[in-house]
Design a protein around this ligand. Structure first.
Ligand SMILES: Cc1cc2nc3c(=O)[nH]c(=O)nc-3n(C[C@H](O)[C@H](O)[C@H](O)COP(=O)(O)OP(=O)(O)OC[C@H]3O[C@@H](n4cnc5c(N)ncnc54)[C@H](O)[C@@H]3O)c2cc1C
Length: 422
């Protein structure tokens, strides 16, 4: 079993879970594989509805992408245009409030269960090029059309500079409905909430097989859970089902956390405590933590986890945006793996009538996993309308993607880097 990485989140965890491994044979209504946001969100939705849920995690609760991410609550669903096109409808008509449903679920859970996870609202989508400004204007119109209930407005170049103290961007969309949070503390808080409602958790238990039969049986080295339904929620970290390999690429993203910044610096670079994200595929994103460190993240072509390499790569990117931070102390550096389907449509579906899966949020998982958990719980209960919205879009299959993912990702990153520059 691997502990949490050397991340800022691991260092500021509220509560260290220590669930026993799965030993012996058990039965449950639902067995969930993987205790990241997808698995935990599903477990909590089901536990709230009275299901007897068992969650099996190979490492620790929140160990995967969930406990390492940028903590940015991004509205919308990646690939939504593709789903709408498949149905021949307008995105707004297909998704409407679903695009923000995960935010509402998080907000409600933080309130109901008193979860301490530094939840803050306020977000800037920044523009680097003129075409990004046009995208932002289109997003603004969509929000207006949907009567988005939170404050949103377009910022000029000067206003953007005044808001986040950098000349790197030519405009921005401010959205007070998006936000940021401490993802590991949210995940563990949700797990504790599910536990209080009767859910059972096992850590340090790798699922190596799912026997299909009258009832599926989930098997680890030392035990098993036989359930009426199974939800596979291992995302980019699992290699369980052949069918789920090769329909999603595992792409790495990396984050650094600086030393705490002085009040004077914070006043210049982010006095409103907003999360910031650029529109590139090989993107950069940043925000302040509760103790005023700058958490700066982005993708680059690297498959390891050496903190010194991550620090070096990110320091130069950070200095381009904030030259005054070129020599700032960097206290933490870590990485994690994101599941990226080629068409970007989150992959929600079934392997058989009683085995469901849910993966591939393309770096937009904080919001969408929470919606996905609700959709999974509905599907287990027999309501599959929203599941089928996603399940009916056929994923692109890349032959050999599972085995040759590194060279393919390297080529893909090169392609998108060039595209980002155009
Ligand atoms: C560095 C980074 C930054 C990101 N930033 C953001 C962001 O700012 N905003 C945003 O919205 N999204 C972001 N994301 C994406 C987001 O973190 C993910 O979409 C989300 O956490 C996925 O949750 P999950 O539960 O599906 O997967 P994970 O959190 O990866 O959880 C899967 C779990 O399954 C377990 N598992 C796998 N196989 C098995 C097995 N065989 N048996 C038992 N357990 C198993 C793993 O140990 C793991 O704990 C980021 C991701 C990364 C890596």
């Amino acid at each position: 079993m691997q502990a949490h990485t050397g991340s800022y989140y691991a260092a500021t965890i509220n509560d260290v879970t220590d669930f026993a491994p799965l030993l012996g044979d058990h039965t449950a209504d639902v067995c969930i594989i993987g205790a990241g946001f997808t698995g935990i969100s599903t477990a909590l939705h089901l536990a709230e509805r009275g299901y007897n849920v068992h969650v099996i995690e190979a490492n620790r609760v929140g160990w995967g992408a969930t406990g390492r991410n940028g903590g940015q609550m991004i509205g919308g669903i990646s690939g939504e245009q593709c789903v709408a096109k498949h149905l021949g409808k307008d995105v707004e008509d297909v998704f409407g409030e679903l695009r923000w449903a995960g935010h509402d679920i998080i907000r409600e859970r933080v309130h109901t269960y008193g979860i301490q996870c530094d939840l803050k609202f306020g977000y800037l989508d920044v523009a680097i090029k003129q075409r990004h400004v046009r995208d932002i204007e289109a997003d603004y119109e969509r929000l207006e059309k949907a009567r988005f209930p939170h404050e949103f407005r377009i910022l000029s170049r000067d206003e953007t500079r005044g808001t986040i103290g950098t000349d790197a961007y030519i405009g921005a969309l401010l959205n007070m409905g998006n936000g940021h949070l401490h993802p590991l503390n949210l995940c563990i808080g949700e797990a504790r909430a599910a536990q209080s409602l009767g859910a059972t958790f096992y850590e340090g238990s790798v699922v190596h097989d799912i026997q299909k039969g009258r009832k599926p049986r989930v098997i680890t080295q030392q035990g098993s859970v036989t359930a009426d339904a199974v939800v596979i929620a291992g995302n980019a970290y699992h290699a369980l089902e052949r069918k789920l390999r090769g329909i999603m690429f595992p792409v790495n993203s990396f984050i650094i956390a600086t030393e705490p910044l002085s009040e004077e610096v914070v006043e210049i670079i982010n006095p409103q405590d907003l999360a910031v994200c650029d529109p590139n595929f090989v993107l950069e994103y940043f925000r302040l933590s509760a103790d005023k460190r700058l958490l700066f993240g982005g993708r680059f072509n690297y498959f390891g986890d050496d903190p010194e390499i991550i620090k070096r790569k990110h320091r130069s990117k950070l200095a381009r945006i904030y030259p005054q931070l070129a020599n700032v102390g960097i206290d933490y550096a870590w990485g994690g793996t994101i599941g990226v389907p080629i068409n970007r449509v989150p992959q929600l579906g079934r392997i058989s009538p009683d085995i469901f899966y849910c993966q591939g949020y393309s770096g937009h998982g904080v919001n969408v996993t929470h919606l996905a958990g609700r959709i999974m719980a509905d599907a287990v209960a027999g309501t599959v309308e929203q599941l089928d919205l996603f399940a009916n879009v056929k994923p692109f299959i890349v032959p050999g993607a599972h085995f040759f993912s590194k060279p393919m990702i390297t080529l893909g990153m090169m392609y998108y880097k060039i595209k980002d520059r155009l």
